[in-house]
Design a protein around this ligand. Structure first.
Ligand SMILES: *Cc1c(COP(=O)(O)O)cnc(C)c1O
Length: 372
C-alpha cells in the first residue's frame, strides 16, 4: 500500500520485538496439552503474583468504568516513602518499557545518538530507532557493559546512554565503583538511564545505592518495574526516578492515563508485600544454584547471572542452539533464543519452580543428546 511508503524510512526499518512464545501458541503449533508446557522465556515470576496484589486488583475491578487516577497519586506516595524521593521525581509507566520510550521521546530526535552496550536489552535500540535517532552499540566485555568504552562513544550529539544492571539477557552487573566513576565522568548533557528491572534479585552484597545518586547527578534516571519480582508483568506497571525537571518533561509527553487502574491498585499492594518479595528472592537463589549446577553437570557453559534467568551456550555454530531450542519446544519447554542479541549460540532460560528447572534440565539433556 502506497501510504506505507510515506512512513519514515527509520520506522519501516524497525525489526519488531520478538517476545517469548506464548504457551497457547506452542500448544496449538505442536498439538501439546497446555498443562504440560512450561514457559521459561520471559523472566516472569514462577510464584505468580503477590496475594495482596491479587486481592487489591479484584476490588479495583469494581471501578473500571472510571478513568484511572492519571497522576497515580497513591502509588507515587508509596514509592516516594519507600525510596526517599519526592513524588515530583517519579514517572509512572505502562511497564518500565514505557518509561524508556518516554525518555527517548523527550531527549532524542533525528540526528541525535543514544549509546548502549552490545548484548543489552533489545528495547534500547528499538525506542531509539522509533524516534529516527542513531543508536551506537558499544562492544561488550565478557558479555557485560564496557563502561569506559561507552564513555568514549559519547559524541556532542549523544543525548542518552542506556545501562542495564543487571543486564538482560546476559545477567551481568556493573559494580558500584564503576557506575559512580561513569556518572562522574559522563557529560551532564547526556541522560544516563540506569535500568534496574532486576534490582530486587540482587543479593545485598551487590545492591548499589543508586537512588541516593539522584541528588548528585541531575542527568540520571533510574527505572524499575513491577513486572519481575512483584509478579505483575501482565498489568504493565513500571516507574522512573529522576530530577524533578526531567520527570516533569516526561510527564508532559506520556499518555494522560498510561497506567491502568487495576495495575495501579496491584502495584500499590505488591509494594507492601515484603513476604512475597522475600519468597520470590529465595526461590530464585535456590533455583539459580540448581540451574548452574545442572548446566555444569551437562558440561554446558553459562554466563553467571544476577537476574532471574541464566544464559547458556550451545557448543558449535548457531544452528546447534536453534536445534536445541526447537527440541526443547517439542518437549514442551519454552526458552529464549538470542540471535537478535548477536548471541546465536546462546539460549536464555528463566529460573522457574524447582520442578520446572528439573524438567528443563532433563529436556536439555535429551536435546543435547539428539545433536550427536
Ligand atoms: C523485563 C525488563 C524490563 C521491564 O519491562 P516492563 O516493561 O517493565 O515489563 C526492563 N528492562 C529490562 C532489562 C528487562 O529485562
Amino acid at each position: 500500500m502506497n501510504l506505507c511508503d510515506f512512513a519514515p524510512e527509520y520506522i519501516r526499518a524497525i525489526q519488531p520485538y520478538q517476545p517469548g512464545k506464548p504457551i497457547s501458541e506452542l500448544a496449538r503449533d505442536m498439538g501439546l496439552d497446555k498443562h504440560n508446557i512450561i514457559k521459561l522465556a520471559s523472566n516472569e515470576n514462577p510464584l505468580g503474583t503477590s496475594p495482596l496484589a491479587l486481592e487489591a486488583m479484584m476490588i479495583a475491578l469494581n471501578d473500571v468504568a472510571l478513568y484511572p487516577d492519571g497522576s497515580g497519586f497513591e502509588l507515587k506516595a508509596a514509592l516516594s516513602k519507600r525510596h526517599g524521593v519526592d513524588p515530583k521525581q517519579i514517572i509512572l509507566g505502562n511497564g518500565s518499557n514505557d518509561v524508556l520510550d518516554l525518555a527517548a521521546r523527550v531527549f532524542l530526535k533525528p540526528g541525535a545518538t543514544a549509546v548502549f552496550s552490545q548484548h543489552a536489552f533489545a528495547v534500547y535500540p528499538l525506542v531509539t530507532q522509533a524516534i529516527g535517532a542513531h543508536g551506537i552499540s558499544v562492544p561488550a566485555r565478557d558479555y557485560g557493559h564496557d563502561l569506559h568504552a561507552m564513555l568514549d562513544a559519547i559524541t556532542p550529539e549523544t543525548r542518552i546512554i542506556f545501562i542495564a544492571s543487571p543486564n538482560n539477557p546476559t545477567g551481568t552487573v556493573s559494580s558500584e565503583e564503576d557506575l559512580l566513576r561513569f556518572l562522574e565522568r559522563a557529560s551532564r548533557d547526556v541522560l544516563v538511564v540506569l535500568d534496574e528491572a532486576y534490582n530486587e534479585y540482587l543479593p545485598n552484597t551487590h545492591k548499589t545505592n543508586s537512588i541516593a545518586w539522584l541528588k548528585q547527578f541531575p542527568n540520571l534516571i533510574i527505572t524499575r518495574t513491577f513486572s519481575k519480582v512483584y509478579g505483575l508483568a501482565g498489568m504493565r506497571v513500571g516507574f522512573g526516578l529522576a530530577h524533578p525537571d526531567i520527570a516533569n518533561l516526561m510527564n508532559r509527553v506520556r499518555e494522560p492515563f498510561n497506567v491502568n487502574s487495576i495495575g495501579l491498585a496491584g502495584a500499590l499492594a505488591a509494594l507492601q508485600d515484603n513476604e512475597f518479595v522475600e519468597r520470590s528472592f529465595a526461590l530464585n537463589r535456590a533455583g539459580m544454584l540448581q540451574m548452574a549446577d545442572g548446566l555444569r553437570k551437562l558440561d554446558i557453559e553459562y554466563i553467571p547471572s544476577y537476574g532471574n534467568f541464566i544464559t547458556f551456550r550451545v557448543a558449535g555454530d548457531g544452528s546447534n542452539a536453534t536445534k536445541v531450542y526447537e527440541s526443547l519446544l517439542r518437549q514442551g519447554v519454552i526458552v529464549r533464543p538470542l540471535g537478535i542479541y548477536e548471541m546465536p549460540q546462546h539460549l536464555r532460560v528463566t529460573i522457574g519452580l524447582a520442578s520446572e528447572n528439573q524438567q528443563f534440565l532433563d529436556s536439555l539433556e535429551n536435546a543435547i543428546g539428539e545433536l550427536v
